[in-house]
Design a protein around this ligand. Structure first.
Ligand code: ACO
Length: 332
């Protein structure tokens, strides 16, 4: 079978964030920090918190419903569900299975993947590969996080950064060449895994009295080290994918980077020699929502900038693992 005259495209996207806001001002009453430090060092003004009643599958289902509605694809025509998350609702079952049920989809394959903040780009590449076999026509690719559940509110180095939310897209196989997800480049570097860890709660160190006491069920990060690797890896991923596709940064309509830190985004802009208005930024509203950050940003960027068919969008992310990825999307 030849797939040279076909593509896998993003048909539509939707996002959801919980209503509850946690502002820098409010955080400064909990830990020793202040709005000025957080704003200048990260660009974040507030983040959204799901709270006890809103779960990962609730947020993802809301985002996916919007994407389905906008795509014109009926729920019964979805053939596959891929959910990128590092904060699954439960270790088992997967959040993907919970979402499949909440959306009332057919009994199609559904699975979670964990590539942290790079997860949505991993999901696009896996989705594209699976749809390109011809076995599936339409898939849901979701990025969702409830990072507030893994955040130590006594650690000012991390609690200022993270927020909750979800983004979802419908991707489809179409009989047209050179459209949609043109390319994805993924990478990882486990030797530096120690820089972002959640030590307890897995099979090596199941939760016990001691882990609860020392807070090792929460995410721990060596921020300074991660910052350096993030700038290097994201900049390189952008350069590599542009070169491989015979493009320069001038060909790109908009760069949608993972929203981790405004200073990381500024450093990438300078590396690519692009002005900041070429980058979509919404970190001030949501902080770092890990796997949800890119799909939420694509949705908001599309609403704000009204993407046209053929616009070239460069996605780039970096996260725990360490992992990274870039993706070149021709808007469909
Ligand atoms: N408020 C006030 N002061 C603070 C705070 C805070 N919230 N946090 C740290 N400080 C202090 C430090 O104690 C330090 O003080 P000192 O100089 O007296 O020791 C000073 O500010 C500088 O600390 P740094 O850690 O060097 O601050 P930096 O400028 O590196 O900013 C930050 C920290 C925001 C975490 C940054 O390193 C960062 O964004 N790193 C990248 C994070 C990231 O991208 N993660 C992506 C993956 S996340 C995932 O996959 C889930």
């Amino acid at each position: 079978m030849s797939f040279e005259n076909s593509s896998v495209v993003i048909r539509a996207i939707g996002s959801y964030v919980p209503e509850k806001r946690l502002t820098n001002e409010e955080l400064s009453k909990i830990v020793d920090t202040n709005d000025e430090w957080i704003t200048t060092r990260t660009g974040i003004k507030e983040r959204r918190i799901a709270g006890e009643t809103i779960q990962v599958s609730d947020m993802a289902t809301e985002a996916a419903k919007l994407a389905l509605e906008r795509s014109g694809v009926a729920p019964e025509d979805i053939d596959l569900v891929i959910v990128a998350t590092l904060s699954p609702e439960t270790l088992s079952p997967s959040s993907a299975c919970l979402i499949q049920d909440k959306l009332g989809l057919r009994k199609v394959p559904a699975f979670d993947l964990n590539a942290a903040c790079s997860g949505f780009i991993y999901g696009l590449d896996i989705g594209k590969a699976m749809l390109s076999t011809g076995k599936y026509r339409n898939a849901l690719v979701v990025g969702v996080e409830k990072l507030s559940a893994f955040t130590n509110m006594e650690d000012r180095g991390t609690c200022i950064l993270f927020g909750d939310g979800a983004g979802a897209c419908v991707i489809s196989y179409v009989d047209e060449p050179d459209q949609g997800i043109i390319d994805c480049q993924l990478g990882s570097d486990g030797i530096n895994a120690r820089h972002i860890v959640i030590p307890a709660g897995g099979s090596k160190l199941p939760a016990n009295e001691q882990t609860l006491k020392d807070g090792s069920q929460f995410l721990q990060m060596n921020g300074r080290e991660v910052f350096k690797v993030a700038v290097r890896a994201m900049g390189q991923a952008c350069e590599d994918i542009l070169k491989k596709n015979d493009l320069t940064s001038d060909d790109i309509t908009v760069v949608i980077p993972h929203q981790a830190n405004i200073r990381i985004i500024e450093a990438i802009a300078s590396k690519l020699e692009l002005p900041m208005d070429h980058f979509f930024v919404n970190i001030q509203k949501y902080g770092n929502t890990s796997a949800a950050s890119i799909p939420i940003a694509i949705d908001e960027a599309n609403i704000e900038r009204n993407f046209k068919k053929g616009d070239l969008i460069l996605l780039v992310a970096f996260g725990a693992g360490l992992t990274w990825g870039a993706s070149l999307i021709k808007w469909y």
